[in-house]
Write a protein that binds this ligand. Structure first.
Ligand code: ADP
Ligand code: MG
Length: 691
């Protein structure tokens, strides 16, 4: 229930003066549907409108002038502006209107009248001119012109000035709210009170006020981060309330481990022991296993599944595509069967009697492990005693699939796996409601992938080398980016490349892209995995976890357009076999300095976590890591990079507050509830939405 004190802020923006049915959708698009959304809209820049004189003014500046009207000049032909010449005692200033000028101007601004005018100056044929002045007022109205005017984002039909007026009107409706932050923390950080911080946000007087580092801005960002962390912590606690079977570490899993052809890396051993301690407690596990492509996540899941089987329960492993599901099945089936356990593979391909047989094994409990695609979510699939759900490449599952997964078992332990390395600083915002294990160490013996950047004009050399390598049995990926406005023209580019490579290399070149159906994609991928194709041209749909050990060459076109983390992931698809492998980053010259720096990072390191941190540093804005897609929240005032030092503090504080006062009943708790209602967090983590 929303606290009454917030009602004015949760009124629709159409309750503001001047927001009719035409403007409302524009406001909605720019800020959101509510009055609240406008108060959180920060100005982007600041214009100084200092009073000056024509002789002292320069083009490009914005200035305010006290003038008298000297003469009117109507537009002689279309395209020519209506002009008014003015004089301020030091020189002439021409005001010009390409639209909206006309004879009525003569009455409005008669010759000799005194006016105050403000706007941006330009030079036009030796004359100082102001096109479409921002303000043109009678002299006695001068105080209506702000000395410092914050400029807001605008959109067609909704000029920045209107946005400002609405933001200020919205702000006027913002009540004083009880303080929800710890006073000692506020004092230490020199944070102003909430209402004061907002006022400052909308009335900046200097560049420093606009900075993300300004105390008022940090205060507002902290509020938002704190509200989010509270929501995540509450969700985590709520999930824990459901009991799940306590599953002790088992000798069976030790046998599976002992039978592996390799020893676990230190990171794998750590991850499995973290998982085991979750499983052994009777609380429901919600853990994310994060690790680069090739870090060895599958075997960690395998050992957890063995523990679950030894305790008499079942596990399900879900993969986003059929081909991945099959690969997982092939990996897991041997070790499981060797210990007398039965795995089944269930995908969309299973039909009729074969499928019925598998379903029986699941409901009857003979099958200890199910591996599959979303076919595992079908209504008629039931387990006798499901205790562990493992989701591979969890970010690739849709929202509804995640929800069904949650519904599969309220008492099911959850292990999500992801190959998208999130920088540690951001981990809390993305996965704050999960416990995280990191595989930050690769299995030994991996050869680094020789990486080089090659300008596009030398592409022919790359193709020639590729043809040679293919002749000796190598396999290669060729990635075409999705960059154009239209997916169709990108597709056309990929098709062109495919046709091109077929000419030089022959019929063993395949094409896979996002417009193919899942079945078609799987078919092309299988041809590649099984070696019937030697080169796979792909838009970026290449299955993240697919194992093609023989693939040793990765060519990425227009590499400068990809995020670092994405390039790293693509590169991770080669270098798994015995061949020397290489990655060619084709770029359109000239490369910007930043572009150069980014490609250099890839050449220097192979560690996904390091690369993710670097990506953050080098890009510093926007959505560098494709975080939105991985469930990253869209903050209004907090900038996860600029304010990253506040994230951990907000998380600690949230834990502390909820630890002391889980039902938020204390005075501070009551205030905290208001904060939570103010931000109204709903959308958040990837698999974490449902209870
Ligand atoms: P991920 O799912 O993390 O991308 P996989 O689980 O597919 O990685 O493992 C990649 C490859 O590494 C597999 O062939 C697997 O058998 C192998 N592998 C896993 N752990 C180790 C290890 N500790 N030592 C050697 N090889 C390993
Ligand atoms: Mg994998």
């Amino acid at each position: 229930m929303r606290p009454e004190i917030l009602f004015p802020l949760f009124a629709p923006s159409s309750s503001l003066k001047g927001v009719g049915p035409k403007i409302a959708p524009l406001v909605d698009k720019l800020a959101g549907p509510l009055v609240r959304d406008l108060i959180f809209l920060a100005p982007q820049s600041l214009v100084h409108r200092a009073l000056t004189t024509v002789s002292a003014a320069e083009e490009g500046q914005t200035g305010t002038f006290l003038v008298s009207i000297d003469a009117h000049f109507g537009s002689a032909r279309p395209g020519q502006p209506y002009r008014i010449r003015t004089f301020d005692g030091t020189g002439f200033l021409t005001l010009a209107w390409f639209k909206g000028g006309g004879q009525h101007m003569v009455q409005q601004h008669p010759v000799g009248a005194r006016r105050v005018v403000s706007g941006r100056l330009e030079r036009f044929g030796g004359e100082l001119q102001m096109a479409h002045p921002d303000y043109l007022l009678a002299e006695d109205q001068a105080e209506k012109i702000p000395q410092e005017e914050p400029i807001y984002a605008a959109t067609a039909g909704l000029p920045a000035r209107t946005v400002r007026r609405l933001a200020l009107e919205a702000l006027a409706r913002a009540p004083e709210l009880p303080e929800w932050q710890d006073p000692a923390w506020l004092a230490r950080e020199r944070f102003p009170a909430w209402r004061q911080a907002l006022e400052r946000l909308h009335a900046p007087t200097s560049q420093a006020d606009l900075s993300l580092d300004a105390p008022h801005r940090r205060r507002l960002a902290y509020d938002e981060l704190f509200a989010h962390q509270l929501a995540l912590a509450q969700r985590k606690a709520a999930r824990r309330v459901h009991a799940a079977p306590a599953i002790p570490p088992s000798p069976l899993a030790d046998k599976v481990e002992a039978a592996l052809p390799f020893r676990l890396t230190g990171a794998q051993a750590r991850a499995i022991s973290e998982i085991r301690s979750d499983l052994a407690s009777a609380e429901r596990m919600s853990r994310l296993l994060q690790g680069d492509v090739g870090a060895g996540k599958t075997v960690v899941a395998l050992l957890a599944m063995a523990d679950v089987a030894a305790a008499g329960y079942q596990s399900a492993l879900m993969a986003p595509t059929e081909i991945l599901a099959r690969q997982h099945f092939e990996t897991l089936a041997g070790p499981l069967r060797a210990q007398g356990l039965t795995p089944v593979l269930l995908t969309g391909r299973d039909k009729g009697a074969g499928r019925a047989e598998k379903l029986r094994a699941l409901i009857g409990g003979e099958a200890a492990v199910a591996v599959g695609t979303h076919a595992l979510f079908q209504d008629d699939v039931a387990f006798r005693a499901l205790a562990l759900a493992v989701i591979d490449e969890q970010h690739r599952f849709g929202v509804s699939e995640r929800q069904r997964l949650q519904e599969m078992g309220r008492s099911t332990h959850l292990l999500a796996m992801s190959a998208t390395p999130i920088p540690r600083t951001l981990e809390l915002t993305v996965y704050g409601d999960l416990d995280v294990s990191r595989l930050d160490e690769k299995p030994p013996g991996r050869k680094p992938v020789a990486t080089r950047a090659v300008p596009m004009p030398r592409q022919a050399e790359v193709v020639a080398r590729l043809a040679e390598a293919v002749n000796t049995g190598a396999q290669a990926f060729w990635i075409c980016p999705l960059v154009a406005e239209s997916e169709l023209s990108d597709l056309a580019a990929a098709e062109l490349r495919w046709a091109d490579l077929r000419k030089t290399i022959g019929p063993g070149v395949g094409l896979v892209h996002g417009r193919l159906s899942a079945g078609e994609k799987d078919a092309v991928m299988s041809d590649f995995v099984d070696g019937r194709l030697s080169v796979l041209v792909a838009t970026t749909v290449v299955e993240v976890g697919v194992d093609v050990p023989n693939a040793s060459i990765m060519v990425i076109e227009q590499a400068e357009r990809f995020g670092l983390a994405q390039l790293h992931q693509l590169r991770g698809r080669v270098g798994r076999g015995s061949r020397e492998s290489s990655c060619v980053l084709l770029y359109d010259p000239p490369l910007s300095q930043a572009g150069q720096a980014r490609l250099d990072v890839l050449r220097r390191t192979d560690d996904g976590f390091v690369i993710a941190e670097k990506d953050l540093e080098l890009r510093g804005g926007g959505d560098p890591l494709g975080l939105k897609q991985s469930g990253f929240p869209a903050y209004r005032l907090a900038d996860p990079i600029a304010h990253r030092d506040l994230i951990a503090a907000a998380a600690d504080d949230a834990r502390l507050v909820l630890g002391r006062d889980p039902s938020l009943a204390s005075a501070r708790g009551q205030a905290v509830r208001i904060l939570q209602a103010l931000f109204d967090w709903r959308a958040s983590g990837p698999i974490n939405d449902a209870g």
